[in-house]
Design a protein around this ligand. Structure first.
Ligand code: BEZ
Length: 251
């Protein structure tokens, strides 16, 4: 994954990431199953999985986020591991993941999916949501324009696949795709600087090594550009598009 999390700020100001994940839990079929929450972050959804009667485990690559998760939910087992590089052979009935896979480079996706497959029991359920094709397209276009005005190249830091592209990868990794949906989900952001804060929090790599005054100038210009489309009735919205899938591990 390509981000250094500000774990406290993420937990306090970006809790919608977890709130929206609850609908995914309803997609799990069966009771009392062993579930791995892959990319569990601060553990809020892992806790909700446990509250729903599942034997829930969390895995994340960020020690800072795991520290928060372990302090909040000491009765849950949180494992330090990278979604693109872990191995827990045949241990889980379900692998669950919300808002994680778009952080993983396209080149690493086949290996990650094959790890997930290996981690599941036969016919295990793989249920996830990620940013899909067109996710935050207005935001990234505006940033790209502002970079270009300054003769800089904007390199898109996320992977937002189509249903077709990702289903093919899932099949290649040994999954049967049971359902896949791509849908718009405009998402309200917190506070009067909601969009500025969101860009600062999540879009890190294109600004690596850049002078802070220049970063601010680019982000503020992009935010002004986006006001007409993303600021409505006193609130900022991000143009989220979700790819929500359910797949079955075939052996
Ligand atoms: C997402 O959940 O789609 C997302 C969140 C932060 C940055 C990029 C995408």
């Amino acid at each position: 994954m390509n981000i250094q999390w500000d774990a406290d700020k993420y937990t306090k100001d970006f809790s919608f990431v977890n709130q929206y994940g609850t609908a995914l839990i309803d997609m799990i079929e069966g009771e009392g199953l062993t579930v791995l929450d892959l990319g569990c972050g601060n553990g809020r959804l892992t806790k909700l999985l446990k509250d729903n009667g599942f034997d829930a485990y969390g895995m994340d690559a960020s020690e800072d986020l795991l520290k928060i998760a372990r302090a909040e939910y000491p009765d849950i087992n949180f494992i330090n591991g990278d979604a693109a590089d872990f191995s827990e052979h045949g241990r889980y009935d379900v692998v669950f993941s919300n808002a994680v896979f778009h952080w993983i480079d396209k080149a690493k996706q086949p290996r990650m999916l094959s790890n997930v497959h290996d981690t599941l029991k036969p016919n295990g359920q793989f249920i996830f949501e990620m940013g899909g094709y067109g996710n935050n397209a207005l935001i990234h276009e505006a940033l790209k324009k502002e970079f270009a005005k300054r003769s800089l190249r904007y390199i898109m830091p996320f992977y937002f696949p189509t249903i077709g592209e990702y289903s093919a990868m899932l099949e290649q990794a040994g999954f049967l795709v049971r359902s896949a949906v791509l849908f718009d989900r405009p998402t309200e952001l917190n506070g009067e600087n909601g969009l500025y804060d969101w860009i600062r929090m999540f879009v890190k790599t294109p600004f690596t090594g850049m002078d802070d005054a220049l970063c601010e100038d680019i982000i503020n210009s992009a935010v002004s550009q986006l006001e007409a489309e993303l600021f409505k009735n006193g609130k900022w919205y991000a143009d989220y598009v979700r790819l929500r899938c359910k797949a079955e591990a075939i052996f």
